[in-house]
Design a protein around this ligand. Structure first.
Ligand code: C5P
Length: 238
């Protein structure tokens, strides 16, 4: 019997008949401010699933090891079962969001090189910032694992900055999560969608990501659909 083993803010994870495979269901729930702002948006689960599928397929094809196996419906995919490492690995190419408020830096400011930040995944604690010494001291991940995760994050940054640029979008920042397979191998997990990255339209500078919802800038599905259409056109699945 399939059972739900995790219900997150935007996804559910279900067991399958294969103990090494999980079924992910993308829901229509949109949350911001760590769940304090919440609403159902018809079609959001489908859009995130389809966008994330295109990105993960692209990353797999470029040699990045991810949990993605295949999409099985508009809002479901199969992934390899991992034990999630409770860290959010954020890369920032351009100042925005919390970086701008925390350091009083204008949104849109550029950096000498991308900025890398890690956060401890905990709804209860509001995902606090965590540094390497805390990560190692608390045995959340090893030095080798952290080094590998940033190495993958940098490769993802190169690949996706170029991919989004080719469809008129600037990859401002994003969050990645990783997990361990049974044998301890670390692979990229979770999703890559406008829910966990910032995309700005190169020409209009319009926000094409969850900031539309966070800041009440317009209709989220219209914007996510536009991102999906551009990706489909580029990656040949339209
Ligand atoms: O909020 P902040 O500016 O720190 O977010 C940086 C990037 O990480 C954004 O693209 C945001 O969507 C993503 N993020 C996320 N989940 C979180 C925190 C941030 O996907 N819990």
């Amino acid at each position: 019997m399939e059972k739900m083993i995790y219900a997150g803010k935007a996804k559910q994870m279900w067991t399958t008949t294969d103990e090494d495979v999980l079924r992910v269901v993308y829901t229509n729930q949109a949350t911001a401010l760590n769940g304090k702002k919440k609403t159902e948006i018809e079609g959001k689960g489908r859009l995130n699933n389809l966008i994330s599928t295109l990105i993960f397929k692209y990353l797999n094809a470029q040699g990045v090891h991810t949990h993605f196996i295949k999409t099985i419906s508009n809002d479901e995919e199969l992934v390899r079962k991992v034990q999630i490492i409770p860290l959010e690995m954020v890369t920032r190419n351009i100042a925005a969001g919390h970086f701008s408020t925390r350091f009083n830096i204008k949104e849109g400011a550029t950096f000498v090189k991308p900025i890398e930040e890690s956060y401890f995944k905990s709804d209860e604690l509001d995902d606090p910032f965590i540094n390497n010494s805390q990560i190692f001291g608390l045995k959340i991940a090893t030095e080798e694992e952290i080094e590998y995760m940033w190495q993958v994050s940098r490769k993802v940054d190169q690949l996706l900055t170029a991919l989004f640029a080719s469809i008129g979008l600037q990859l401002v920042d994003y969050k990645l999560e990783f997990g361990r397979l049974k044998d301890g191998t670390v692979i990229l997990a979770d999703e890559f969608s406008p829910d966990n990255c910032r995309l700005w339209d190169v020409k209009s500078k319009k926000h094409m990501d969850k900031d539309v919802f966070r800041r009440n800038l317009g209709d989220l599905t219209t914007v996510y659909k536009e991102v999906l259409t551009r990706l489909e056109t580029k990656l040949g699945e339209g």
